[in-house]
Design a protein around this ligand. Structure first.
Ligand code: XMP
Length: 516
């Protein structure tokens, strides 16, 4: 394991992902974990991440030199580079100047880090102070205008560092530099593959569940699907999956689970048809928060009952269901403090409030994985591409994409329009460029149109394509005009109730991604 020491900036997760992309398993540890503790975990290498702009900033984390005395290979990045320099006896000049953005870098000495890479290359910088003298024993290998010492290495001690950010794509050869550290300096081997992950997790699940039984709620999303498929591979039909059909899914999604997912995995699936129950509960309601609450509440009710049924059935056969499968991902674990306790509380919330007399032990086979790794595991397990690459879709589904009351007729209209949008975006090969594209029906709005030689009085559809990294902020995606034109023509031709297609050109903030 390579440990990425997180000094607080947002780069640690990205660094950990890049290390894994190189084929080496990595985990994140908070920057305030004592050096002895880090060394005691016997990491294969340590990477010190970016962080505050200056080692002289009040409260800036320092690096304990004992970290470097245990002979563990270490790589400093940006702040981690400066902290490493300072800790080992180099000098960090408190310049107050800032170097930010794409910056030309000159390789001055051909060492291990840069190897045969071009002498002039572009890197991404974001720093205030600069290392002015490398610590004793280090060779300076690169320089930039704002960073006289922009990279250094001490191959004997397996230590190296760079001022720039190798983990961001704006750094032309960043991944190669990182790999040069991992393989050329630290001497590691690329053994982390998703095929290995599948094997390893299957064994772990078997060890954890033993002869027991498990339950899993499928949502249609990639995380729960991959988690369920892994557990099914490990314990077969001692896993029961429950899928609540609330009638608010998009076209083909329920069938995809009922048919494709089951066909591929052989999972024991119970589909609960609760469409009427949800529609009934939503009747007459148009307030967005109210809709969300109702959908959440009904979901819990239905799932709770289904869970009780599964447990009851097992009991009849003298068996018990003790485990609940959750698709918790590594970012959730990191963001909730990394401790198992905190993460459990959070993940439990994902299924909502199960009754207190239903006590389950969690099985979380994706706990160590990033989203892109989960997708790869899904492909390894043979899940359909459409499922594996599914874009985010809110739990309340189409219910919060109908502005106004949710009715069966309106759901049918929206489903048709949405299916057209998805088909056209897929045909234009835009799926992976777009974070997601909500399609919204303004059910209470009507406008006048003309079709053939008749007047129409129909509803507008709003397209909301967004680009985003994490859904916290987003920009509206500049879709090609010809794609927009095709979508508009098809929707107005094929969905009689819709006579206008509009495009939402609002970023987030101020607009949220969903309309409700
Ligand atoms: P907003 O609209 O807040 O959405 O910008 C951010 C991201 O969250 C998704 N979303 C939800 N996901 N349950 C979910 O599971 C919800 O109630 C919910 N509301 C919004 C939304 O699709 C976007 O990806």
């Amino acid at each position: 394991t390579v440990l990425v020491v997180d000094f607080g900036a947002q780069y640690a997760q990205l660094i950990a992902r890049r290390i894994r992309e190189a084929g080496v398993y990595s985990e994140i540890v908070p920057g305030d974990v004592p050096a002895e503790e880090i060394v005691a975990r016997k990491p294969a290498a340590i990477v010190l991440s970016g962080g505050p702009s200056s080692v002289y900033a009040p409260g800036a984390p320092q690096v304990d030199p004992t970290l470097f005395e245990a002979g563990v290979p270490a790589f400093g990045i940006c702040y981690g580079f400066q902290a490493m320099a300072q800790s080992l006896g180099g000098t960090v000049a408190h310049t107050g100047d800032r170097e930010y953005g794409g910056t030309p870098l000159t390789v001055t000495t051909e060492g291990r880090l840069f190897g045969a890479l071009p002498v002039e290359q572009n890197v991404w910088m974001s720093h205030g102070d600069a290392v002015s003298a490398a610590p004793p024993g280090f060779t300076v290998t690169a320089t930039s205008t704002g960073a006289p010492v922009a990279a250094f290495e001490d191959v004997d001690r397996k230590l190296a560092g760079v001022q720039f950010h190798p983990e961001v794509r704006h750094t032309a050869h960043g991944q190669t530099v990182l790999e040069h550290f991992l393989f050329g300096i630290a001497g590691l081997e690329p053994t982390w593959t998703m095929a290995n992950v599948v094997e390893e997790q299957v064994e772990r699940i078997r060890a954890q569940v033993g002869e027991g039984r498990a339950l899993c709620a499928l949502s249609g999303g990639v995380d729960s699907a991959v988690a369920a498929a892994l557990v099914q591979r490990a314990i077969g039909n001692r896993l029961t999956c429950v899928y609540v059909d609330h009638g608010l899914m998009r076209e083909g999604e329920t069938e995809q689970i009922e048919r494709d997912f089951v066909a591929v995995t052989g999972v024991d699936l119970r589909v609960v048809d609760a469409r009427e129950q949800f529609l009934g509960a939503l009747a007459g309601v148009s307030d967005p928060e109210e809709k969300r609450k109702i959908i959440g509440r009904e979901f819990i009710r239905v799932f709770e009952q289904a869970a009780l049924d599964v447990v009851g059935d097992a009991k009849e056969h003298g068996d018990s269901v003790d485990f609940l499968v959750q698709g918790t991902l590594y970012p959730d674990v990191v963001e909730s403090g990394g401790g198992s306790g905190t993460a459990n509380i959070k993940s439990h919330h994902n299924v909502g409030g199960l009754p207190e007399d239903l006590q389950f032990t969690l099985v979380e086979p994706l706990r160590t994985l990033f989203k892109d790794e989960v997708r790869e595991v899904g492909l390894q397990l043979g899940l359909p591409e459409a499922m594996v690459w599914r874009q985010p879709f809110p739990g309340p589904g189409l219910g919060i994409r109908i502005v106004g009351e949710v009715t069966q007729e309106r759901l049918d209209i929206l489903r048709k329009a949405d299916a057209i949008v998805r088909a056209e975006l897929t045909a234009a090969k835009l799926d992976r460029e777009i974070w997601q594209c909500p399609v919204v029906l303004l059910a209470d709005v009507r406008s006048v149109g003309v079709q053939g030689d008749g007047r129409t009085y129909g509803h507008p559809i709003v397209l909301r394509p967004v680009s985003s990294e994490d859904a916290m902020t987003a920009d509206w995606t500049r879709l090609p005009y010809d794609v927009l034109a095709r979508i508009s023509t098809r929707i107005t031709n094929e969905v009689p109730e819709v006579n206008r297609v509009t495009l939402d050109v609002t970023s987030k903030p101020p607009g949220t991604i969903e309309w409700e």
